[in-house]
Ligand binder design. Structure first.
Ligand SMILES: [Zn+2]
Length: 480
């Protein structure tokens, strides 16, 4: 067995570590890339990192890691007072801390700590940090009932920023490993090539309804780098939402708009998110103002009246719109895309042709049942009809909505989604999760490729309804 075998390295480290009270220690020397044993440990040469404990997987753990937001730090260095108290959140068991120059806009997990940011001179930067911390009153201020204090110092030499971070514990300082959460431009660099992230960052998406569909679709779009969101929903997060929603129990009782805004900002702290806790059926003027300045409308509501209104407004203001939903017990679902062109069908054309049957709509909450079922339906029947499908039944439908949205928003660009544009030519799509009810006659998938099957998409050709009262009005107007 080679001496480079990780298990052997791990065992060797663990062996020395077990005898740590003997005064022996291990250091990592960055000049030679080697681990060395030191005896006694206190004699570690400069620039080496002392390894004091061994994690279960064999990796050494001793240096606290702190993350700072590069943009916040840049602003602090350029504009802020030389000494500033910020906020930090830590996971002490894991030795990880996140710091902010100002208290963050979005809720964070971890235990709250204090962060002190200081701009110092070159002399101070290279001086003894415990003395410096004492001089700035930082060590004394750590005795405030808070868990930890993180002390950051910055020295700006005109071209580059020198930085260091320390964890203040019991009047002593431990140097931390400093990590940046990158600025805007780098956040989505991994998607470059596949997505036109620079273009998507400028796009504006309006989402109507933030239930299981709206929440999942919105967060996927934030991950893809969409930069601007308008969120419409007047509901709050309830226990019955949690199993299929992007938000968890920590958001119970909050407006869905606010909880999703915070979830977007966790993915992209630079996103611009506007929230509207209104019933769109009652505040159409506001909706119109916002729709006029959007690139696409995602109609993720489970309510027909608002779907019809969105359709009318999408036609009137020439906006692309996407509709999606699950059908009975999420045995399947359908997605419709409206493109404001003369020859294209609108949402009302789809209904006029007997597609998008409302009777088959999935009833996922008692609130929806109360609203949609006839008033004479007794409570027992109503409860029996509330049969929400699983989140895993919803996600494939959300995924197509996301793909269609990204294709529409990157049309005309040469990027990784260009070929998908040639595939997704249909405006109406059907998905089946299980061979039940509507899909009970589907043959079993097994190994067959050339037949109807569950768990795949079918694009359906839908022609414009020449008698459609919703979209022909515009054609007539345009004709004059
Ligand atoms: Zn129509």
């Amino acid at each position: 067995m080679s001496t480079n075998n990780p298990t052997q390295v791990q065992n060797t480290l663990a062996e020395i570590n077990r005898n740590s009270n003997s005064g022996k220690g291990i250091v990592f020397d960055p000049q030679t890339d080697e681990l060395k044993t030191m005896n006694p440990a206190a004699n570690a040469p400069p620039n080496t990192t002392m390894i004091t404990s061994i994690a279960k997987d064999g990796w050494a753990l001793n240096t606290p890691v702190v993350y700072a937001y590069e943009q916040e730090v840049t602003e602090f260095i350029e504009n802020g007072n030389p000494l500033k108290r910020g906020a930090a959140f830590g996971w002490q068991d894991e030795n990880v801390y996140h710091v902010h120059v100002d208290f963050p806009k979005t809720p964070f997990s971890g235990i709250p700590c204090i962060a002190i940011f200081a701009k110092v001179s070159k002399e101070e930067f290279i001086s003894d940090k415990t003395t410096l911390a004492n001089k700035l009153g930082i060590i004394n201020s750590s005795d405030n009932g808070c868990n930890k204090t993180i002390f950051y110092i910055f020295y700006f030499d005109g071209n580059t920023v020198q930085k260091a971070a320390f964890l203040v514990t019991d009047n002593s300082l431990t140097e931390c490993c400093f990590q940046y959460v990158p600025q805007k431009s780098e956040l989505f660099s991994r998607s470059k090539g596949l997505l036109e992230t620079d273009v998507l960052e400028k796009k504006n998406v309006t989402v109507i309804g933030l239930g299981s569909f709206g929440s999942n679709v919105t967060i996927e779009l934030a991950k893809a780098g969409i930069g601007h969101f308008k969120l419409f929903d007047f509901d709050r997060i309830e226990l019955s939402n949690i199993s299929r929603h992007i938000c968890g129990t920590n958001d119970l009782g909050r407006y869905k708009t606010h909880a999703i805004r915070d979830a977007i900002l966790q993915k992209n702290p630079f996103a611009d998110v506007q929230t509207f806790e209104i019933n769109i059926n009652e505040h159409e003027e506001l909706l119109i103002t916002e729709i006029k300045n959007t690139d696409i409308i995602l109609c993720m509501t489970d309510e027909n009246r608002s779907r019809s209104r969105i359709n009318a407004l999408a036609i009137k203001y020439q906006k692309k719109a996407i509709y999606g939903r699950a059908v009975t017990r999420a045995e399947g679902g359908d997605v419709f895309r409206y493109i404001p062109e003369k020859t294209k069908p609108c949402f009302a054309c789809l209904i006029g042709k007997g597609l998008f049957d409302f009777q088959k709509e999935e009833i996922s909450t008692t609130k929806q049942a109360d609203r949609d079922l006839p008033a004479y339906t007794n409570a027992e029947d109503r409860d029996a009809l509330v049969q929400a499908g699983l989140s895993s039944d919803i996600l494939p439908i959300c995924n197509l909505i996301v793909k269609l949205t990204l294709v529409e928003l990157s049309k005309g660009l040469n990027c990784g989604l260009t070929s998908l544009e040639e595939d997704l030519v249909a405006d109406y799509y059907l998905w089946a999760n299980r061979r039940e009810n509507n899909y009970k006659n589907f043959p079993k998938m097994e190994y067959k490729a050339n037949q109807l099957s569950i768990l795949r998409w079918y694009g359906v050709r839908v022609d414009k309804d020449t008698d459609c009262p919703a979209c022909n009005e515009v054609t007539i107007q345009l004709g004059f």
